[in-house]
Design a protein around this ligand. Structure first.
Ligand SMILES: Nc1ncnc2c1ncn2[C@@H]1O[C@H](COP(=O)(O)OP(=O)(O)OP(=O)(O)O)[C@@H](O)[C@H]1O
Ligand SMILES: [Mg+2]
Length: 227
């Protein structure tokens, strides 16, 4: 029996930065994302979107409230457990992609799969090539990551985020550097992941067309959810 259970629950998250002065950038942020749901987040520059994603991805632990991922409360867990949750359950595409420049494209995509150790290297490589093919990047697989254009790097970062088949994919403007055709390709892949594989997506975007086509759009303003 599968019901639309929540993969992510955000419980009253508050966050302040203290340097140079104390400023509260997240205010009572609460929402949840169901299994298979494709959710977008929009809002003006500086309203707190990246700060929120950083907390939800378990990278930032300095906040009030709690974040529940796949029924596990994450606030206060030790670094080792958080790293395991990130590697197993979450795929990220950040605003600025962090590919390892001295490794090949293929190796970059494979790394989280090798680290997880659920499959042997040959299987991880086959999966990585399949992801790269979907993103029209298979012919670039053996290039070094620093030999790619910005949009190509972004597509590799997306392939890497998908390699472990995570329960939820979080993206900070993953299509920001892409032309319309590639942005549409990525949107289609996200949609298919949600509909066919029942994975959840939480994607920050400045593109109103992208947001309008997702299952639900969360609007933020000055650290709060307003719609
Ligand atoms: N390390 C930090 N120290 C102090 N203030 C910060 C820090 N990081 C972010 N801020 C502030 O927190 C607020 C929210 O920033 P955030 O990066 O989350 O915005 P955003 O919604 O992602 O904006 P954008 O759409 O431009 O990416 C901004 O006012 C920003 O200046
Ligand atoms: Mg941002």
């Amino acid at each position: 029996m599968s019901t639309a259970r929540d993969i992510l629950a955000v419980e009253k998250v508050n966050k302040s930065f203290h340097d140079p002065v104390t400023v509260q950038v997240l205010k009572d942020v609460a929402f949840s994302v169901a299994r298979g749901e494709f959710v977008s987040i929009t809002g003006k520059s500086g309203c707190g979107k990246s700060t929120l994603l950083y907390i939800l991805s378990t990278m930032d632990t300095d906040y009030q409230g709690d974040v529940v991922i796949d029924d596990e409360r994450t606030h206060g867990l030790d670094g080792e457990r958080l790293a395991a949750i990130r590697n197993e359950k979450i795929g990220f595409v950040f605003q600025f992609h962090y590919l390892l420049p001295e490794f090949s494209v293929l190796r970059n995509v494979m790394l989280p799969g090798l680290k997880l150790g659920r499959k042997d290297a040959a299987e991880v490589e086959a999966d990585a090539m399949e992801r790269l093919r979907e993103l029209d990047m298979a012919d670039q697989a053996l290039k070094m990551a620093n030999q790619l254009s910005g949009g190509q790097k972004q597509r590799v970062a997306i392939a890497r985020a998908l390699i472990n088949d995570p329960l939820i994919i979080m993206g900070d403007e993953p299509t920001g550097n892409l032309d319309k055709r590639n942005a549409d390709t990525v949107f289609g892949i996200f949609q298919r992941i949600a509909a066919e594989h029942r994975r959840s997506l939480l994607i920050v975007t400045h593109d109103p067309d992208f947001a309008a086509r997702t299952d639900r759009n969360i609007v933020m303003d000055d650290g709060r959810i307003v719609g």
